[in-house]
Structures are given as C-alpha cells and as structure tokens.
Design a protein around this ligand. Structure first.
Ligand code: PEP
Ligand code: MN
Length: 371
C-alpha cells in the first residue's frame, strides 16, 4: 500500500509525528519513506510493506497528512501502475519534461572522439531546436582491446560545449559507480552548464549493486536499457531496483534483443513493447533504433531501416529516441556503420514529426471509439 501525503508535508510537524506513531504501532508492517523534491513542491510517499491486506483503506485515508491511499500489487511497487493510482507518469529535469505523453530526441555521438566532433554535433542540434544530446564517454566493449571511451578526460569539453550550445540534458552511459563522482566533479567545474541523464547499458541491466548505487543518488535521472537476453519482466524489475532505492526518475529503454532471428538487423527490434511498458509502469519509454538495427541499410522505398523502426516505435507512443549521429561516421571510434550524418538530422526530425502526429491522431481516434 502507498500513502500519498499532502504536498509539502512538514516532517517536523505534529501531524507527521502522529502519523509516524500510528505506523510504528502497526504490527507486521514495515514502511519506507520516499521524498521527491520538485521545483514547486516536495512530495512524500510512504510505502507500507507486509501484511497490508488487514488494513482498512478508509482508516488509512483518514490518518493525519494522508491525502490518498493506493493498494498496490506485488509487481513494480514504485514504478508500476496500480488500480486507482493517479501518481504522475512524468518528471522534470533541468527544464525538460520527460513523460508518457511527450517525446524527446537524444541524437549524438555513441562515443565522444574529439572536441571538434562534439562541437559540430551540438551546433547542429541547437540549429534544429534540440535541447538534448547523446554523448558516450564510458564505453562497455565486447573486446578488451577495443577503444573503451575517453572517460573523464573528455567530460570538461563535453560539458563546456553543452553550455555553449544550450544543451540541457546529455544521456551518458556509466559502467561503474566512480563514474558518477567523475561526472559530478566535471559538472561542478563547468559551472553546472548542463544536466546528465545516467544510462545503464544492456550489459549492466541486472548489475544489481550498480543499480542500487545509481538509485540512491537523486541528482540525475536514469535511462535503463532493457537487458538484451532476459525477459521484459526481469528488465522491469531491474528498473524497480533504482526506484526502490529512492530514484524514480527512470526512463525505460528498448534497444532490441540478441538473437539471430532478427538478422540482418543487429538485434531483434522489440518496439512492440512500447505500449506494454507504458501499460505496466509509469515510466516514459525510450527506443534506440541505432543499436536495434546496427546498419545504414536502406529499403526499396529509400527509407533507412533505422528510420523505419524509429517511426514504428514513435507511432506506438515512444517518449524518447536515443540515436547515433556522427559528423564523419567513417572515422567514428565506435559504431560508425550505424550512425546518421549531421546533414540527415533535419530529415530525421521531420520523419519523426510525421510519425508522432500519426500517433497523436490514433490517440484521438481511439478516444472517440472507446469513450
Ligand atoms: C550505447 O547506448 O552506447 C550502448 C552501448 O547501448 P546498449 O547498452 O543498448 O548496447
Ligand atoms: Mn554503440
């Protein structure tokens, strides 16, 4: 059961103490307090764990400070959608809204390779009205002898250039807890010129200790990629690890599944799960067409497979696109063959706009039929 307290409830106030006394006296019930500090208000939710079936909903609703009480199923307690659950399906970060009802594009470098390429990328993003970027500094590689990313050495110029080109949020994968400190330090030195969304890659989806650490920090939102060889339920539970530790600003990323059944695509495209994740949880859903398709192959209708699957994800309601671009794909140090070029950005964005407006028209149509 979740008790949702009135906004800005004072944890030092008498009513709050009375509520706590009551909860402490409930036998076989434990509780956990989650606080979400927004720009406008602080929201407090109390998760009751244990034999909550014996509790009377009306009694719980009438406790001091409690605005609403929601019974939850066992699955995805924090991030899930439960019966009569009107908790938000969106969050704000550094002036950008991430939610199940809107769409953000994160185009950029799979791996940062030079200040010049970072600058060229950010410049074209700004020219096209894009406030978010993808910039890989820490790269998990299959082969230990492959380029591992420039790590913390590239962060100063990445963050400084983000400030120059008004990039508000950079999606950046981390593979170790120390990377969070390195990012925070470099942000500090760059005068917090931008925000960072921490990405957990598909190889770390079930790295539970990393998830717990990333979940304990509430400064940065998290993009959790689906594990490429596990069930959807297992990956959604991985997302719940982040939330259970305190960070529920989580976006769930679909990036294709590892199986030869998807050949000739690099991974089997799983964007049919966009509406499924939105139904089961309150997380915005990201699609990664680049790692799903893994090439610049083009269909007889002149449309790249990467753009076909992007449109498929968006027409199904995706909320974020993480996509590889590079000013010179031939010299890219990681994943050049799947990168789009800077010249293709306006075309890519227009194609997305078409797919998004088709999705919005579908929602209006469904509303007319079912309401
Ligand atoms: C990436 O986004 O650069 C990446 C390595 O993705 P994934 O974890 O989905 O393979
Ligand atoms: Mn890659």
């Amino acid at each position: 059961m979740i008790l949702i307290l009135a906004p800005d409830t004072d944890p030092q106030g008498n009513d709050y103490h009375r509520l706590m006394d009551h909860l402490n006296n409930l036998s076989s019930i434990k509780y956990r307090v989650h606080q979400e500090k927004g720009t406008q208000q602080t929201l407090t939710e109390i998760y009751l764990i244990g034999d909550t079936h014996a509790l009377n909903m009306d009694d719980m609703r009438s406790l001091p400070c409690v605005e609403r009480a929601v019974r939850i199923s066992e699955e995805y307690r924090v991030l899930g959608r439960h019966k009569d659950d009107s908790r938000p399906t969106s969050f704000e970060y550094n002036g950008i809204t991430f939610g199940q009802h809107n769409l953000n594009v994160f185009a950029g470098l799979c791996a940062v390779n030079s200040p010049e390429h970072v600058e060229a990328m950010m410049k074209v993003l700004q020219e096209n009205g894009q406030p978010c970027a993808r910039m890989g500094a820490y790269k998990p590689r299959t082969n230990p002898y492959s380029f591992q990313g420039f790590g913390k050495t590239c962060l100063p110029y990445v963050f400084e250039l983000a400030g120059k080109y008004d990039i508000k949020v950079i999606a950046m994968e981390i593979t170790h807890e120390s990377h969070i400190d390195e990012i925070n330090e470099a942000l500090e030195q760059a005068g917090n010129a931008t925000g960072v969304m921490l990405q957990i890659g598909t190889r770390n989806t079930q790295n539970f200790e990393l998830l717990k650490i990333v979940g304990r920090q509430q400064r940065h939102p998290v993009l959790l990629k689906r594990g490429f060889g596990i069930t959807l339920e297992e990956s959604l539970n991985a997302a719940e690890y982040l939330a259970s530790e305190g960070n529920s600003k989580v976006i769930f990323g679909l990036r294709g599944m590892k199986t030869n059944m998807g050949d000739p695509h690099r991974n089997f495209v799983d964007f049919a799960h966009v509406p499924v994740v939105k139904r089961l949880t309150r997380m915005p859903v990201c699609i990664d067409p680049s790692h799903s398709v893994g090439s610049r192959d083009i269909a007889p209708d002149n449309i790249l497979d990467v753009m076909h699957v992007t449109a498929q994800g968006i027409i199904a309601g995706a909320n974020m696109v993480l996509v590889d671009f590079h000013p010179e794909p031939k010299v890219a140090l990681v994943d050049g063959p799947q990168a789009l070029t800077l010249k293709e950005l306006p075309y890519f964005l227009e194609d997305i706009r078409i797919a998004r407006s088709a999705y919005e028209a579908r929602v209006v149509l469904a509303e007319k039929v079912f309401k």
